[in-house]
Design a protein around this ligand. Structure first.
Ligand SMILES: Nc1ncnc2c1ncn2[C@@H]1O[C@H](COP(=O)(O)OP(=O)(O)OP(=O)(O)O)[C@@H](O)[C@H]1O
Length: 435
């Protein structure tokens, strides 16, 4: 059916496709091999399609299935059918904004993203009940959009009316509707959905116009009152989103905040294996380990490296070996090595916590220095491509389990103390901004 719809749409103007063809839904229960039935939301659309597009649809069927069925366009009879038809038509449009491969099934879960994954599943299955809003934050390329769209895919497949946009799309939509004096349309779109998913909400904070934040504030309140689910993603926790008024920040914090941290080596390896399987790329374990250890934590960049490897291997009819991989992705690896050195991290932590660089590098067991050193280890693991053994050498620790122990302590502190957590995020942000 999708093939027929796409072929028909390809022959129409944008407005014909949007205003007519995308409004009808296929009625499987009433269709058979000689007659195909579609439901239109009202008589106007039904009549228009009957007279203008019936033969085009029938011919398209003929070209694809070699016989020409009769095409019947009926009008939604009951209120329920009308509502279903409108909802399905809306969902067809909404679906177009959601990446179909970004599903819960395709998401690899590890310690770094487990909480975000679990709550995302909960809000998808029971929207608006708990954790509203859900605020997911983390550095770039760690899977925030993937989780957001997974919620969207799941909810759409379960008949929910979902709007999924980036904050830039929300802003552009707002501007267009203000210019066209069609704000009522904008409000209907954003305030009647069951689930509103907004990606990269930090960009709204940076917009010069105060009006967009005002509109977002009212949209947010309206949806919350109607118990519609709101999910937001961002690169930083609400407290660090400079540009939003306190009233909005406190609303973001009123639900659940889930942080996605950089994946541990083991999770990264599982993600690489899953991506290879998905894209049909064949890599041996040695090469997978090399990529996981040397390429940083941004999964988008790892995906890019896998694509390059695959493309070069095909082009040169060559099997992907470790040596081949090292040559092809050497630039990506180099960029990561240069991007945020351990010394840079130590210097920033030292100045932020008012301790000396030499103290962090010393063997001092003073509580304040131990904590500063631990923060450096934690940040070095998150922000540099160094492996655990390499970090152990760098920080003069016995082995990789000593590194894990230090990281675990910081994670515990962050989980129990939101001020401490915000402080770490702030330092991390400063390091990222220096890149
Ligand atoms: N845990 C995971 N399992 C499978 N794929 C993942 C995982 N994490 C990230 N990815 C993949 O990595 C790519 C980048 O992820 P995504 O776009 O969701 O990152 P992001 O956190 O939204 O980044 P940004 O802040 O730059 O928008 C996507 O193709 C996504 O499928």
């Amino acid at each position: 059916m999708l093939e027929v719809a796409n072929s028909v749409i390809a022959k129409l103007s944008k407005s014909e496709a949007k205003n007519y063809i995308s409004q009808i839904i296929f009625d499987e229960s009433r269709s058979n091999s000689s007659e195909v039935v579609f439901i239109a939301p009202n008589a106007l659309v039904a009549n228009y399609i009957r007279t203008k597009f019936s033969s085009l649809i029938a011919n398209t069927f003929e070209s694809l299935i070699t016989h020409k069925p009769a095409i019947k366009i009926i009008c939604a009879s009951s209120q329920g059918e009308q509502k279903k038809s409108v909802l399905l038509a809306q969902n067809k449009q909404n679906r177009a904004q959601i990446y179909e491969n970004y599903t819960f099934e395709n998401f690899i879960v590890g310690h770094s993203n487990q909480l975000a994954f679990q709550v995302a599943q909960m809000v998808a299955t029971e929207p608006g009940k708990k954790y509203n809003p859900l605020f997911i934050y983390g550095s770039t390329g760690l899977g925030k959009t993937h989780l957001l769209h997974s919620i969207g895919n799941y909810a759409l497949n379960h008949g929910q009316n979902v709007i999924c946009v980036t904050s830039e799309q929300f802003f552009n939509d707002f501007v267009v509707n203000v210019q066209n004096k069609t704000m009522q349309k904008f409000k209907e779109k954003y305030r009647t959905c069951d689930i509103l998913l907004i990606d990269d909400v930090q960009f709204l904070a940076q917009e010069k116009s105060e009006k967009i934040r005002e509109e977002f504030f009212h949209t947010f309140n309206d949806l919350r009152e109607k118990k519609a689910q709101i999910v937001l993603t961002s690169d930083n926790p609400p407290k660090l989103l400079k540009g939003f008024e306190e009233r909005l920040v406190s609303r973001f914090e009123s639900g659940l905040i889930a942080n996605i941290t950089p994946p541990e080596l083991d999770t990264k390896i599982r993600i690489i294996k899953a991506k290879c399987e998905f894209d049909g790329v064949s890599l041996d374990n040695e090469t997978i380990d090399y990529i996981a250890t040397n390429m940083g934590d941004n999964i988008r960049e790892i995906e890019g490296a896998l694509l390059s490897l695959n493309a070069f291997a095909r082009l040169m009819s060559q099997k992907i070996t470790l040596e081949f991989a090292k040559t092809v992705i050497k630039d990506q690896v180099k960029v990561h090595k240069d991007s945020s050195s351990i010394d840079e991290i130590i210097a920033l932590v030292a100045s932020n916590l008012n301790v000396k660089i030499s103290e962090i590098k010393s063997k001092s067991k003073t509580k304040k220095i131990v904590e500063a050193r631990r923060i450096c280890i934690y940040l070095a693991k998150s922000l540099t491509p160094n492996s655990m053994p390499a970090l152990a050498v760098n920080f003069g620790l016995k082995d990789h389990s000593a590194v894990s122990h230090n990281i675990k302590k910081i994670n515990e502190l962050m989980n129990n103390d939101s001020v401490f957590k915000a402080k770490i995020e702030e330092i991390k942000n400063k390091i990222l901004q220096k890149r």
